[in-house]
Design a protein around this ligand. Structure first.
Ligand SMILES: [Zn+2]
Length: 363
């Protein structure tokens, strides 16, 4: 698929920005805070190929990194289901502690080079126990890799543990996450298909996570609309993963939000942060073009908007590119992006010491 910036190979961050103008180029260099990024959606294609070779994994659809880079980017061309199907080849090669540790380390390294000064990275431990690892082993390996990368590159990384809505092991996942509360795991999330799997199916898991002191975010308003966001709010979510479709509970006139329904009003009044992932939403065909994405309207209407990558590999994106995209197409200026980053610092799930340190780097 064509990248929203009209460019073809935009994985590494700064190369394609040369052609989108000085303003977009300069916003890409701002310090950035990332709250919604999937570990198994952000591998380097080279790493996928090397890990597959090391593990004897023979299912990759392309033999080399260049082929895999293009394949991952095109894999979700038709639907959210196709997009999610591409993950089989990333978690497929992430079945050892060494693989998890390497992927986590490289994620923080890549983000630090992209100007990210704090990152919350999420993953579903249950997708990594096909070999010898337990969920706890997988979490430990990721935390180790992220801590090593923080020491090397200066960007703190924290973990959000995902349970999957369509599986019945969310209690075990929450119990594993709870054992790492205060030790690098800061949040619990429900991911996976929204339609047919409401979050209140996982109330017990949510209670376990909250009782352990973990924060809660829930994917909603991506695959399903306003009702899904309402369901996440009813489960006490502190942030909403994606949430862009809250725009469907507003009245828009001439590009401005002029009225709100009950769910939008609640999200707005309570300033529930929206973890919006613009390029991901374009890739899954939520909006036909960047100019149609509602992030600018939501921001200007006073919603607590944040900007995120979701899956850097599958969406061939980076935080720098997300900033450049919304600057070029959604009416965002440098001051707006700085304000959005300050919002992200304020609603990050980290402890206050980390928050202060990150805030001083953001300015
Ligand atoms: Zn996501």
């Amino acid at each position: 698929m064509l990248h929203p910036l009209g460019l073809d190979t935009p994985w590494a961050g700064d190369g394609p920005l040369a052609s989108v103008g000085m303003e977009a180029h300069s916003v890409a260099r701002l310090p950035k805070v990332l709250l919604h990024d999937h570990l198994d959606g952000g591998l380097r294609p080279e790493t996928v190929v090397e890990l597959a070779a090391a593990a004897g994994y023979r299912n990759l659809p392309q033999p080399d990194a260049a082929g895999m880079r293009t394949w991952f980017h095109q894999a979700g061309a038709d639907s959210l289901e196709d997009y999610l199907g591409a993950f089989a080849h990333t978690f497929g090669v992430m079945q050892t502690e060494e693989a998890m540790r390497r992927v986590a380390y490289e994620a923080i390294e890549d983000l630090a080079r992209d100007g990210v000064v704090y990152a919350e990275i999420r993953f579903a431990p249950s997708l990594h126990i096909a070999g010898k690892m337990t969920r706890d082993d997988a979490i430990t390996a990721v935390l180790t890799g992220m801590a090593e990368a923080e020491a090397a590159f200066g960007t703190p990384g924290r973990v959000i543990v995902d349970a999957l809505r369509d599986r019945d092991d969310s209690v075990e996942v929450a119990e594993a996450a709870a054992r790492f509360a205060g030790a690098g795991v800061v949040g619990f999330d429900l991911a996976g298909p929204e339609a047919g799997f409401p979050p209140d199916m996982h109330r017990r898991a949510i209670d376990i996570a909250r009782h352990a002191g973990l924060h809660l975010t829930i994917h909603a308003g991506e695959g399903d609309g306003v009702a899904s966001i309402a369901g996440a709010l009813a489960c006490g979510t502190e942030r909403i993963g994606h949430g862009a479709r809250i725009i469907e509970d507003t009245t828009v006139r001439e590009g401005r939000v002029v009225g709100m329904g009950p769910v939008a009003r609640q999200v707005h009044e309570r300033q529930i942060p929206l973890e919006i992932c613009p390029t991901s939403n374009l890739d899954t065909k939520m909006y036909p073009s960047a100019a149609d994405h509602p992030i600018g309207m939501l921001y200007r209407a006073g919603f607590a908007v944040t900007i995120n990558t979701d899956n850097r590999l599958m969406s061939a994106t980076s935080m720098g590119q997300e900033f450049a995209l919304v600057a070029a197409h959604c009416g965002m200026e440098e001051a707006d992006l700085h304000a959005i980053t300050r919002t992200a610092v304020r609603v990050a799930f980290c402890d206050e010491t980390t928050r202060h340190a990150v805030a001083s780097r953001v300015g």
